[in-house]
Design a protein around this ligand. Structure first.
Ligand code: CMP
Length: 136
C-alpha cells in the first residue's frame, strides 16, 4: 500500500553558502522525492526561534537560532512514499561524524550545527513545519 506524505526540508546556510542547493535538490530528485514547493529565504532570528521552539530548553537553542538566521536558506516541501522517514534516513545522523556513507549529512555536513539539511522528525511536525513556511 502506498503512503504518500509530504515533509519539510531545509537546505541550511552552510550549504547555500557553498552553493550546494542545486546539487542537494538533485540528490532528492534522484532518490524519488518530488519537490512540490520551494523558496529561498533569509529568516530573522525571531522567526528561527519560533521555528525551533521545540528546542527552547536546550543549551544549543540560541546558537541554533542565530545560525539558521545567519544567511539564506532553501525551504522545500518534499513528497514521496513515507517521505518523513525516508528523508530522515537520507539525511543521516544529526552529527555528520556519525552519519552513514551516502547520506546527505555525511557528504555535505561540516559539524553538528552546520549539518547542511533539516528534515521534519514526524508526520505531525511535518504538517506544522510546512504550514510555518508555506501557509498563505
Ligand atoms: P536539525 O535537524 O535542524 O534540528 C535541530 C538542530 O540543532 C540540529 O539539526 C543540529 O544542527 C542542531 N544541534 C546543535 N547541537 C545539537 C545537539 N547537541 N544535539 C542535537 N542537535 C543539535
Amino acid at each position: 500500500m502506498s503512503n504518500i506524505e509530504q515533509t519539510l526540508s531545509i537546505i541550511k546556510p552552510d550549504a547555500v553558502e557553498r552553493n550546494l542547493q542545486d546539487q542537494i535538490k538533485n540528490e532528492f530528485k534522484n532518490n524519488g522525492f518530488e519537490i512540490l514547493k520551494e523558496k529561498k529565504i533569509h529568516i530573522s532570528k525571531e522567526e528561527a526561534e519560533k521555528f525551533y521552539k521545540v528546542h527552547e530548553s536546550k543549551p544549543f537553542y540560541n546558537d541554533l537560532c542565530a545560525y539558521l538566521s545567519s544567511g539564506p536558506i532553501v525551504v522545500m516541501s518534499l513528497q514521496k512514499d513515507n517521505a518523513v522517514l525516508e528523508n530522515r534516513k537520507f539525511m543521516g545522523a544529526t552529527n555528520p561524524k556519525d552519519a552513514e556513507e551516502g547520506t546527505l549529512r555525511k557528504k555535505y555536513g561540516i559539524s553538528i550545527d552546520k549539518n547542511s539539511v533539516h528534515g521534519s522528525d514526524s508526520v505531525e511536525n511535518a504538517k506544522i513545519e510546512l504550514d510555518f513556511f508555506f501557509k498563505d
